[in-house]
Design a protein around this ligand. Structure first.
Ligand code: ADP
Length: 716
């Protein structure tokens, strides 16, 4: 900014200097012509009265010679362009010429001396006149005044002093005073002219800048996509550019002097427009207001407005300047994006709802399939072949159950319904449990498992979900391994202070291309069809690890094996083990050897297959039970019989399981153990059951062992 100011200041000084020299040279035709005439008059008057006519002739030719030379110089100057004229040499030539001319005029009293006092006085008058006259033409530079005035006047004064007559002495005194005043007047004139030149040049520059600005504005006004509209205080249009014509459809001629509101305002937007108008009247500009306007044909057009009041001398509002941008397309795109986003969300929601209700519904038939196959396994009358078929049904049923559970998990994660309970999880506890769970599978596939169950340290995670992830990774490492291969679990702390748990297998590995898709749901890559799987385990694992603020990754080499790792915050230098909740050891003999019929049990279940199943399961365990098909029947039944335990389905017609439990507790029976049969094992379902007054929950498909443990827990 400073350099810019200095630059423009220097430029202005240069322009002033050029202007000065041009003005000085510009005055020469008049002053030289005047000088020529005066010289001739003086010569004619003095000739015949001077002491030495020869000297007068010398003076005449000298001064005419100088006039001639200076005229040539002036002419040459006038033929040059500005750049040439601004050269310093012209200034020096002019100064020199002025000094010489002043000296020549100063020689007049010497060369044109006359002893006749009236003729000498004539010389004085002429000289004073010439000096005074030159003031106006030389005043553009202070030096030129001094250079002309001083030699001319001082030589005259000197001549008068030499004469030494009282009259001349007095005259020379007056002349000195005249010189002094002329110099100071010359200085003042010079200062004023300087000031004038500066102001004029500055004004010229400003004018040019304004002109340029106007040109640019006119260009922008015509070519901008912004509608530029101005209107007076009565709302009549005074300016209407091309873009306004384009956006609103009225030509400039049609729009001028018309009421702007009538032209562009939709009736629906009038309230908003009124509010903005009031805002403008209180001198507050409107910035980015979005208004639905109309075009000439009545089509709506959405515009973004920037409006500001224009004020007059007294700060009164004299008009309004407005800019409007047509954002209809942008708005339409935004709406379309919003709509498609909503639709996508809806579709996703519908998909999640469908998945969760489908997997929920699948549990009921699965309960029957798995429950009855489990019962059949204990049927002694079956042949070996039949037992093998039952095993197949059981395996397929379990795989289906796993798929249903995983789909439910996926749907719950997507809906944001899955809640985690983050805590410090001791690695040793977690490893012990998962090792115990995968050992049978490893044994079956003849694999070596290397898991250090004494590992120190902890991670911040949800214990159950961490186990789920690790089980998935470990069972994959086993499933996709080679015969007699191995699976190794390694733990280390990485640079970012995260604990990395790696599961390394010696399997066939995964190619680079397939690795890119490995975390996509339902993608089984090229897994051999005989290897059981659903293709969602890794996708769920990824989402679960991320929900636990961690990350999951994989590296693999074909024919060498894979390493899947998860990273969670934690520390491996601290030993934190909690005694894992040890379940009471299962009795080896599952089926009842003696009857438990002295216990009176009531079962409420509406589904006939499930009714048959639970009754059979209870029978297999040596229990008998009364069966009712809904809550209301159960309540009726309980009026006459004192039951020791109630097993109830949750979803039943009329009075459901929750209502049944609540009513029993409300009626003052707080000792009857109530066990819920629920379709899922989600924590919120269990919480719902407990809240309704139930004691425990068994998840369908009902496992015989779980049923047995629960009954023993509440009946003994
Ligand atoms: P699933 O194992 O039920 O098919 P996952 O989501 O757990 O589903 O795994 C997706 C796919 O990734 C598997 O079908 C398999 O092709 C591949 N995969 C997973 N883990 C391994 C592994 N350790 N070695 C080789 N391939 C694997």
């Amino acid at each position: 900014m400073d350099t810019h100011n200095t630059d423009s200041g220097a430029r202005l000084d240069e322009q002033i200097r050029l202007e000065e020299i041009r003005l000085l040279y510009g005055g020469t035709p008049f002053s030289y012509s005047a000088s020529f005439v005066i010289v001739l008059i003086i010569y004619n008057v003095l000739l015949g009265h001077v002491t030495s006519p020869q000297n007068l002739n010398i003076w005449l030719f000298t001064i005419l010679g100088i006039l001639f030379a200076r005229s040539i110089d002036s002419y040459l100057f006038s033929t040059k362009d500005k750049k040439e004229q601004s050269k310093h040499s012209w200034r020096l030539r002019f100064f020199a010429g002025t000094g010489i001319a002043g000296f020549c005029w100063g020689l007049l009293p010497w060369f044109g001396y006359s002893s006749e006092i009236e003729y000498f006085s004539f010389i004085i008058v002429c000289l004073v006149g010439v000096i005074a006259g030159s003031l106006s033409t030389l005043s553009y530079r202070w030096e030129t005044i001094a250079l002309f005035l001083l030699p001319a006047s001082l030589l005259l004064v000197l001549r008068l002093i030499i004469e030494d007559q009282t009259f001349f002495n007095a005259t020379s005194f007056v002349l000195l005073v005249f010189i002094f005043f002329s110099l100071s007047a010359g200085k003042k004139i010079f200062n004023n002219t300087q000031q004038n030149i500066r102001l004029r040049l500055e004004a010229d520059t400003r004018e040019r800048a304004i002109e340029l600005m106007h040109q640019k504005q006119a260009l922008h006004l015509q070519n901008t996509p912004l509608a530029i509209i101005e209107f007076d205080i009565d709302l009549n249009v005074t300016e209407w550019n091309k873009a306004a014509e384009h956006i609103f459809g009225y030509s400039r001629e049609e729009a001028l002097d018309e009421n702007v509101m009538r032209l562009v305002l939709l009736r629906d937007s009038s309230l908003e427009a009124e509010r903005l108008w009031q805002q403008l009247l209180s001198y507050e500009p409107v910035i980015g207001a979005v208004i639905e306007n109309k075009t000439r044909s009545g089509t709506p057009v959405i515009c973004e407005w920037f409006v500001t009041p224009l004020t007059g001398e007294q700060n009164e509002i004299v008009g309004i300047a407005a800019m409007a941008l047509d954002i209809s397309e942008k708005k339409q795109n935004e709406l379309a994006i919003l709509k498609s986003k909503e639709e996508a969300e809806k579709a996703n929601q519908a998909k999640s709802d469908f998945l969760s209700s489908m997997s929920h519904e699948l549990r009921t038939p699965l309960n029957a399939i798995l429950g009855f196959t489990q019962l059949l396994k204990y049927e002694k009358a079956l042949t070996e072949k039949q037992q093998s078929h039952i095993s197949e049904i059981s395996n397929a049923g379990n795989l289906l159950l796993e798929l249903v559970n995983q789909i439910l998990d996926l749907a719950r994660i997507e809906k944001g319904h899955l809640q985690l309970s983050m805590e410090k999880v001791a690695l040793a506890d977690c490893f012990k449990e998962v090792r115990a769970m995968i050992l049978p599978l490893a044994k079956k596939n003849k694999l070596t498992i290397n898991i250090d169950t004494q590992t120190r340290g902890y991670v911040i995670a949800d214990f159950t979900r961490l186990k789920q992830v690790m089980l998935n990774l470990l069972s994959n490492a086993i499933k996709y391994n080679i015969e007699s291969g191995s699976v190794t679990l390694e733990v280390r702390q990485n640079e970012a202070n995260m604990v990395r748990i790696s599961i390394i297998d010696t399997g066939k590995g995964i190619s680079k291309e397939l690795l890119q898709e490995i975390f996509q749901p339902f993608n089984r890559l090229n897994a051999a069809s005989q290897i059981e799987g659903t293709g969602i385990g890794l996708s769920i694992s990824k989402q679960l690890v991320e929900m636990m603020n961690g990350s999951i990754g994989v590296r693999s080499k074909v024919n060498e094996g894979s390493e899947f790792w998860i990273e969670l915050s934690g520390n491996i230098d601290i030993t934190t083990t909690k005694q894992s909740d040890s379940k009471p050891p299962h009795s080896d003999r599952l089926l009842a050897t003696a009857s438990n019929t002295d216990h009176s049990i009531l079962v409420a279940e509406d589904n006939p297959t499930n009714q048959a199943l639970i009754v059979s399961q209870l029978e297999a365990l040596g229990y008998t039970a009364d069966l009712v098909k809904d809550g209301q029947e159960a309540l009726n039944k309980m009026v006459n019989t004192d039951y020791q335990l109630l097993i109830t389905d949750c979803n039943m017609p009329l009075v459901d399981g929750y209502k049944l439990a609540r009513t029993i507790r409300e009626r003052g029976n707080h000792t009857l153990p109530i066990i819920a049969l629920t379709a899922d094992a989600f924590p919120e379902r269990k919480a719902e059951c407990l809240k309704a007054g139930m004691d425990d929950q068994i998840t369908k498909p009902v496992d015989l062992q779980t049923l047995k443990d629960t009954l023993e827990k509440y009946l003994n």
